[in-house]
Design a protein around this ligand. Structure first.
Ligand code: A3P
Length: 292
């Protein structure tokens, strides 16, 4: 019998009310006890907010714009994804094996971040994306990623997402939680939409945050090599080397734009989302642009 990609889709469970992959939940105590080091840099985001983009930007900055060095390995090997437990890929082990200085990735909401990151005062770069594009991107990702549960229909997915019952929990809690944390800890909080509109300016922010000083030419080079089309064609950043992703269903580097939600949201869904958004974002100064 031919096995469909759906058969491989993983189950989920919860940690403190947040839906995570079952394998992550089974490893939870070890993840929580993870020992961060003071010179670790953590890239954090809600899934599909532009994590891989930021990872490429950070790596290029740290390698002074050297493409060969940046292309030494696929993204998830260069920067371990802490809570991803898909043997043989065990993010936690990859992180522990890695020599310092390390750059790590997580999608954990702020309340689930292993406390050693706070204790060691690690530099953290958070990237957030407007809710509407974030939902659409995540929906396509769950369709193509065999390690994640099947998303079901777009209508079902949309509701589950707004209710905060999707993977990695509520988008609202995630973006707001990290927004509050930035007033206390060394967190650079970035927006996908800003990087899209002003890549050079935002890349410079990252550079300064990392304490680097690169000249204009190197910055230009980083802007170019981290642009959507270049990353889409780079096997070290487009996840084509990952067997978990069926890119014929939907490519990892899918569209890379602001406002693609307009191609998916019905008028009713847009109204429902706007209303939900107004209510749940009432208690924050955080704001997003949903169109270019
Ligand atoms: P789309 O599905 O909307 O195309 P993550 O890395 O957090 O999983 O996020 C993936 C999303 O970021 C995808 O969004 C992907 O196309 C987009 N992305 C990745 N690199 C990008 C780049 N250089 N420029 C713009 N968008 C990028």
């Amino acid at each position: 019998i031919k096995q469909t990609s759906k058969d491989l889709h993983e189950e989920v469970s919860q940690v403190r009310g947040v839906v995570l992959q079952k394998s992550t939940c089974e490893y939870w105590n070890k993840i929580w006890d993870f020992q961060a080091k003071p010179d670790d840099v953590l890239i954090s985001s809600y899934p599909k907010a532009g994590t891989t983009w930021l990872q490429e930007i950070v790596d290029m900055i740290q390698n002074d714009g050297d493409i060969e060095k940046t292309r030494r390995a696929p993204t998830d090997i260069r920067m371990p994804f802490l809570e991803r437990i898909n043997p043989p890929y065990v993010g936690l082990d990859k992180a522990n094996e890695m020599p310092s200085p390390r750059v790590l990735k997580t999608h954990l909401p702020v309340q689930l971040l292993p406390p050693s990151f706070w204790k060691e005062n690690c530099k953290i770069i958070y990237v957030a994306r407007n809710i509407k594009d974030n939902i659409v991107s995540f929906f396509h990702f769950q369709r193509m990623n065999k390690g994640l549960p099947d998303p079901g229909s777009w209508e079902e997915y949309f509701e589950t997402f707004l209710e905060g019952k999707g993977l990695w929990g509520s988008w609202y809690d995630h973006v707001k939680g990290w927004w509050e944390a930035k007033d206390i800890y060394p967190i650079l909080y970035l927006f996908y939409e800003d990087i899209k509109k002003h890549p050079r300016r935002e890349i410079e922010k990252v550079m300064e945050f990392l304490g680097k000083n690169l000249d204009e030419k190197v910055l230009d080079k980083i802007v170019y090599y981290t642009s959507f089309n270049v990353m889409k064609n780079n096997p070290m950043s487009n996840y084509t080397l990952s067997s978990l992703m069926n890119q014929s269903v939907s490519p990892f580097m899918r569209k890379g734009v602001i406002g693609d939600w307009k191609n998916y949201f019905t008028v009713a869904q847009n109204e429902r989302c706007n209303e939900d958004y107004r209510e749940k974002m009432d208690d924050t100064t955080l704001s997003f642009s949903m169109e270019y």
